[in-house]
Design a protein around this ligand. Structure first.
Ligand code: DUC
Ligand code: ZN
Ligand code: ZN
Length: 460
């Protein structure tokens, strides 16, 4: 059945344009003024914005499976939460077991998501080990539609040495793939945690002190130096500091090709939260940590200046009760992560567009177009164009509502944005041309499809 969205303001790169949009067979088939209804089902979008389906390029669903610190959201609930909030595609991080092949991780992630996910999905592949066998698998990954990778400079169970990162970047660049990096200096994090413990600081307040801004900025600068040596365009995930952004600026001024992600938590939260009583600050223990107000202001400046390319969530949800509480006696044992996949589009509309920091087209660029281009999905996704997938969000810019854990779809017992009253909310979410969520509730479950991605289309 074809669907005609009438009278909406279509959010295009050049600005909102009043036009109708018809979807059929999972694709956008017609865009123009005053399209005839014919036998299409008509949706009145007067007063509403029509966005391309939002893409979250950074989720961790079903992480630490089977362990005491397993994430609260699995593929079923995580993808439902995404869809409910207007995110029609997520890119999640597949992670091989130590010493295992990339293919084994890909199979595991497919088993978890296929037939279960309610939004469309793809995978970045985490590189934890590196040898000639894994290098030989890169071509298989490309053929399987996995065209981006992740490396870590921190976390003892994940991090790679600089030399290995250099080898990974040379090999992946030859494959046309882009590598995102968690930029924190792992040795300095270890030393920072030890110093806090030695001083008897075991509470939540010690978390940001153990990994201060320079721990990120040094790693950003080092990653960019390694990338320059390797001749590889790279992505920096979850940038959180002014100093990190300065390192990015300096590299770009030298002509380096690089991309930057930040996340809502670094724009909206700050480190005063770690002082909350009753262990409440544990809800905000993620890494890199929430930063100072000055860092937050710098990131907003980066958004306004077009220096930030994408905005993922790093959705990695741990229940407060029983899971975050594993670190009651020692901040370093608090599982790192926070939920966010459900609320990113509305948060960024309210605090970005609503507060005059960006236009609706900027929002579409950060949350849909750039993610699609950087991760090989454009123009299949990320834009409202004839021939593109009919992943479309009807957004009510006037709707005022309040975020609460009680009403969220995310299967986690809190939200870091509890009680925030926002203006603007996704009203209807179309997945492949079918109404899949309305007013924050999922109507169609398990209809997400794996997105076989092509190579990155670099635009800068
Ligand atoms: N940081 C987090 O807080 N959680 C998941 C992984 C990461 O890098
Ligand atoms: Zn990370
Ligand atoms: Zn992450």
């Amino acid at each position: 059945m074809s669907v005609l969205i009438q009278n909406g303001a279509l959010v295009l790169p050049e600005g909102p344009v009043r036009a109708d949009l018809r979807m059929d067979g999972g694709r956008i088939v017609q865009i123009g003024p005053d399209l005839p209804a014919g036998d299409s089902q008509v949706v009145d979008a007067a007063g509403k914005l029509v966005f391309p389906g939002f893409i979250d390029t950074h989720t961790h669903f079903e992480m630490n499976k089977g362990l005491p610190n397993e994430t609260a959201d699995d593929w079923r609930t995580g993808s439902m939460a995404a869809l409910a909030g207007g995110t029609t595609t997520v890119l999640d991080f597949a992670e091989p077991q130590r010493g295992c092949s990339l293919r084994s991780a890909l199979e595991t992630w497919h088993k978890r998501a296929d037939g279960v996910a309610s939004c469309h999905y793809g995978f970045h592949m985490t590189i934890k080990d590196w040898d000639s066998r894994i290098q030989a698998e890169l071509k298989d990954m490309t053929a399987a539609g996995v065209t981006s990778y992740k490396v870590y400079m921190a976390y003892d169970n994940l991090r790679l040495s600089d030399g290995v990162i250099y080898e990974v970047l040379k090999a992946t660049a030859a494959e046309g793939a882009v590598v995102g990096c968690h930029c924190e200096n792992g040795d300095l994090v270890t030393a920072g945690i030890a110093a806090q413990r030695a001083a008897g600081n075991l509470g939540v307040e010690a978390h940001p002190l153990s990994r201060p801004p320079l721990v990120e900025a040094e790693a950003v600068g080092r990653y960019l130096a390694i990338a320059e040596l390797a001749g590889a365009p790279v992505n920096i995930v979850h940038l959180s500091t002014r100093r990190g952004l300065e390192a990015v600026r300096a590299a770009r001024a030298r002509g380096q090709k690089l991309y930057v992600e930040t996340c809502p938590q670094y724009l909206l939260l700050d480190d005063s939260l770690y002082g909350l009583p009753d262990f409440e600050g544990a809800k905000y223990v993620f890494s890199p940590p929430a930063r100072s107000r000055d860092d937050r202001a710098a990131l907003w400046e980066g958004v306004a200046a077009g220096e930030i390319d994408t905005m993922g969530t790093d959705h990695c949800s741990f229940d407060f009760h029983g899971v975050k509480e594993l670190g009651r006696d020692d901040f370093a044992k608090i599982p790192n992560g926070l939920p966010g996949v459900e609320h990113r589009p509305a948060l960024m509309y309210h605090f970005g567009v609503g507060q005059g920091r960006m236009t609706v087209s900027d929002l579409a660029r950060l949350l849909a177009e750039n993610p699609a281009k950087l991760f090989g999905m454009w123009p299949q996704k990320g834009c409202l164009a004839v021939g593109s997938d009919a992943d479309v969000v009807l957004f009510d810019p006037a709707r005022t509502w309040t975020i609460t854990a009680k009403e969220q779809v995310q299967a986690v017992d809190y939200t870091p944005y509890e009680g925030m009253t926002l203006t603007g909310r996704p009203e209807a979410v179309f997945l492949s041309g079918r109404l899949a969520a309305r007013d924050g509730k999922v109507l169609l479950e398990g209809q997400g499809q794996f997105v076989r991605r092509g190579k990155s289309q670099f635009w800068r």
